[in-house]
Design a protein around this ligand. Sequence first.
Ligand code: OGA
Ligand code: NI
Length: 369
Amino acid sequence: MAPVATTFLPTISDEKTLRASFVRDEDERPKVAYNIFSDDIPIISLAGMDDDGSIRSEICSKIVAACEDWGIFQVVDHGVDAGLVTEMNRLAREFFALPPEDKLRFDMTGGKKGGFIVSSHLQGEAVQDWREIVTYFSYPIRVRDYSRWPDKPEGWRTVVEAYSEHLMGLACKLLGVLSEAMGLDKEALTKACVDMDQKIVVNFYPKCPQPDLTLGLKRHTDPGTITLLLQDQVGGLQATKDGGNTWITVKPIEGAFVVNLGDHGHFLSNGRFKNADHQAVVNSNCSRMSIATFQNPAPEATVYPLAIRDGEKPVLDAPMTFSEMYRKKMSRDIELAKLKKLAKTEAQEGAKKPTEVAVQPEKLDQILA
Ligand code: OGA
Ligand code: NI
């Protein structure tokens, strides 16, 4: 069989029915349309945050409340240059419009760090995501490998450098607010990341012939500290705060960043701030693009609550490193997926003796999000 990358790209969006490898079990399929937008996720303006104490404390309370409630909110008036954001969007779109051979020059299959891949999904999982991605490992700067940064379209590299620097600044500012809310120094969360990693993932979701049967990106929480997502006006990002019973579609707002906390942020706050449970759905009318900037701790950084409030128990039994945390998450996800597959096969074939489930997470480098 030809590798997924080369068969998927040129033809998939021309096909009238969804290939079996993208069809999800019924319980995983979208429950809410990509374009029925909800106002439940707070939209917070950061205007005046740096120059006025009372405005700052008002903004901070909104951010803290959103993190306690959803673990996800949108920011506007965030100070990231609008022209830079437009350029980033334009060049990212142009990249996905390049012929497959240009994109595949940066093919990441086989565990290369950074570049292009079609439908990344966990090893051992049966169903593929309906997306293409291009990834830049942008921080720490000293380990940047420019040979893995797409050099087309022209000028993108410089724009990614500026974008990644501005988003690092915004992320640290937001982490400052959360640190203070935890009764700590402004730098506490950033310092707990040791040498903060940043990874930029551009998600491209082609239009899909049968969007009700599949997902652009399956349900997950981000593993890291905080994620800043720039999405276009199509819609497709969905969140749930009741374990997947109800889903809402986040309303796209021009120029806004959707901010969500990941597992690391959740653990460091001892569970006070939610790690947003989310997914992306696709549609049959048009393609969609989003640019996710993940701020992660260094692999060796310690994961353990920084503040435990009176009467609370720690959410973790013992400190672990971020790599360990990540490995456990992946193993758990893979195990769950395998158990689910097994249960399905057994239901189809009639009761059988349970089989041992072997869990083999991919190499950390390959999967570290
Ligand atoms: C992600 C993510 C959502 C989207 O990349 O982790 O959740 O709407 N993306 O693309
Ligand atoms: Ni995510």
